[in-house]
Design a protein around this ligand. Structure first.
Ligand code: PLP
Length: 385
C-alpha cells in the first residue's frame, strides 16, 4: 500500500503532546500518551468520585475491552481473557497444561521475551523439559530449526512474533504448520507486533496468543490479554487462578474450583479498572488511525532509516526482508547506554537491549524524526558498532 510518509502523522501527531518537547521513537517500549488516553484516565477518576464504587459499570468496561481485543485479532469474545500482563495470562495457561501424557517438553525460540522463557523454565518444577531453538547470527531462525526441535515429546511451542532484542520477525504461520503436523499447539507472544501490523489469529494459525496494550496499542501498563482457540479452552484447567476466573464470580463459593467455560478461566483477581479505560481509548484511537496504514507508513520510515544507516556504515541487526521484520529496527553499538544517553541529550527517546539501539517508529513519527535520529547518530558515529 503506497502511503504518503507525511500524511499520517500530520493528521494525528498533535494528539500526542510528548512531540512538543521530544522526538519520541520508542514505541517498542511504550506508546506515546494521547489526549484520548489522558481523558480516559480523567473519566475513571471522575466516575470513581461521582459514583463511589460503580462495579457494574467497571465490569462492563472489562467486557468492552474483551470485545475490542476480540475484534482487533479476529477472535470471538469467549476466546479472550483480559489479564494484567502477558506474564499473568501465560502463567495461567502453562499452569493448566498437562505434561504427564508423554508430552513433557516446551519448545521456545531464542527470541523470547524473558517472561516466556522464565515461565517455561518454572514448569521444570513439574517435570517439564524446555528446549531452546537457536537463532542464526543474522537475526533469523530458519524453519528447519523448528522441524528439528518439535517432536512427539513436545507439549507446546512458544514463539515471539517480533523479537524485542533484535527486531527479527519469526515465520509464525510456518512454525504453526510444523507444530500442528506433529499435533502440538502454538503460543505466540505478539507484544512487539500488536497495533503495529494487523493480527489475525486465524490467519496466523496459532492456538494461543498473548500481548498487551502498552506499546503500539497506545494504552498503558496493567492490561494484557490471552487468546485461546475455543476448541482448546475447556481442556485446560489453570491452577494459577482467582475468583474472576470462576464460572460464577458472584457465587463466591469457597468449596470448589469451577473455572469459567470461556477463556475467562485464564483471568485471576480484581481487574485493572483504570487500565481498562485507557485500553479502550488506546485501541479505539489506533483503529481510527488505521493499523494497516500504520504498518505501511512505518515501513517507509524504516526504509529511510535503513538508507541513512547504510550511508553511515552502521550495522543494522534487524533482517532487511519485510516478512522478517516489524516496526522495531535495531542497530549495533559499541556502548549502547552511552548512545541512548547521547540521543536523549538531543531530545530523542530510544531504548536498548544487549548491544543494540532500538528505534521503533509508529503512526505519529515523521521523516523529520528519522532525520533527527540520523543526524544524532552521525554526531555520535564513534558509538556505532
Ligand atoms: C515481546 C514481549 N513480551 C512481553 C512483554 C511484557 O510482558 P508483561 O506484560 O508480562 O510485562 C514485552 C515488553 O515489555 C515484550 O516486548
Amino acid at each position: 500500500m503506497a502511503v504518503d510518509v507525511a500524511s499520517l502523522p500530520g493528521r494525528i501527531r498533535h494528539r500526542f503532546p510528548v512531540f512538543e518537547k521530544r522526538v519520541y521513537i520508542n514505541s517498542c517500549s511504550q506508546g506515546a500518551l494521547s489526549d484520548s488516553v489522558r481523558e480516559a484516565y480523567d473519566r475513571y477518576l471522575a466516575d470513581w468520585d461521582e459514583y463511589g464504587a460503580p462495579w457494574e459499570y467497571w465490569v462492563e468496561r472489562l467486557e468492552a475491552v474483551r470485545a475490542s481485543i476480540a475484534g482487533l485479532i479476529n477472535a470471538e469474545e469467549d476466546e479472550v481473557a483480559v489479564t494484567t500482563s502477558v506474564s499473568a495470562g501465560v502463567s495461567a495457561l502453562l499452569s493448566g497444561l498437562d505434561f504427564s501424557n508423554g508430552r513433557d517438553t516446551i519448545v521456545v525460540s531464542d527470541f523470547e521475551f524473558p517472561t516466556i522463557g522464565q515461565i517455561s523454565h518454572a514448569q521444570e518444577r513439574r517435570g517439564v523439559r524446555v528446549v531452546h531453538v537457536p537463532s542464526e547470527g543474522d537475526g533469523t531462525i530458519p524453519l528447519e530449526r523448528f522441524e528439528d526441535a518439535v517432536d512427539e515429546r513436545t507439549a507446546l511451542v512458544a514463539v515471539t512474533h517480533v523479537c524485542f532484542r533484535n527486531g527479527g520477525r519469526l515465520d509464525v504461520e510456518g512454525i504453526a504448520g510444523i507444530a500442528h503436523e506433529r499435533g502440538v499447539p502454538v503460543l505466540v507472544d505478539a507484544y512487539q507486533t500488536i497495533g503495529s501490523l494487523p493480527i489475525d489469529v486465524r490467519a496466523l494459525g496459532c492456538d494461543f496468543l498473548a500481548a498487551g496494550v502498552l506499546k503500539y496499542l497506545l494504552g498503558s501498563a496493567g492490561l494484557g490479554f490471552l487468546y485461546c482457540r475455543r476448541e482448546l479452552v475447556q481442556g485446560i484447567e489453570p491452577t494459577a487462578t482467582g475468583w474472576f476466573a470462576d464460572r460464577d464470580i458472584f457465587e463466591m463459593d469457597i468449596h470448589d474450583y469451577s473455572p469459567a467455560p470461556s477463556a475467562r478461566r485464564f483471568e485471576a483477581g480484581t481487574p485493572p479498572v483504570p487500565s481498562t479505560y485507557a485500553a479502550i481509548a488506546g485501541i479505539e484511537l489506533m483503529q481510527e488511525i488505521g493499523v494497516a496504514e500504520t504498518e505501511a507508513h512505518v515501513r517507509e520510515l524504516n526504509g529511510l532509516l535503513r538508507d541513512g544507516l547504510e550511508e553511515l556504515g552502521a550495522t543494522v541487526v534487524t533482517p532487511r526482508e519485510p516478512e522478517r521484520s516489524g516496526a522495531l529496527l535495531c542497530v549495533r553499538s559499541t556502548d549502547v547506554n552511552a548512545l541512548v544517553a547521547a540521543l536523549e541529550e538531543e531530545g530523542i527517546v530510544t531504548s536498548c537491549r544487549d548491544d543494540n539501539l532500538r528505534i521503533s517508529a509508529h503512526c505519529y513519527n515523521t521523516a523529520d524524526d528519522v532525520q533527527a535520529v540520523l543526524d544524532a547518530l552521525t554526531a555520535n558515529r564513534q558509538l556505532l558498532g
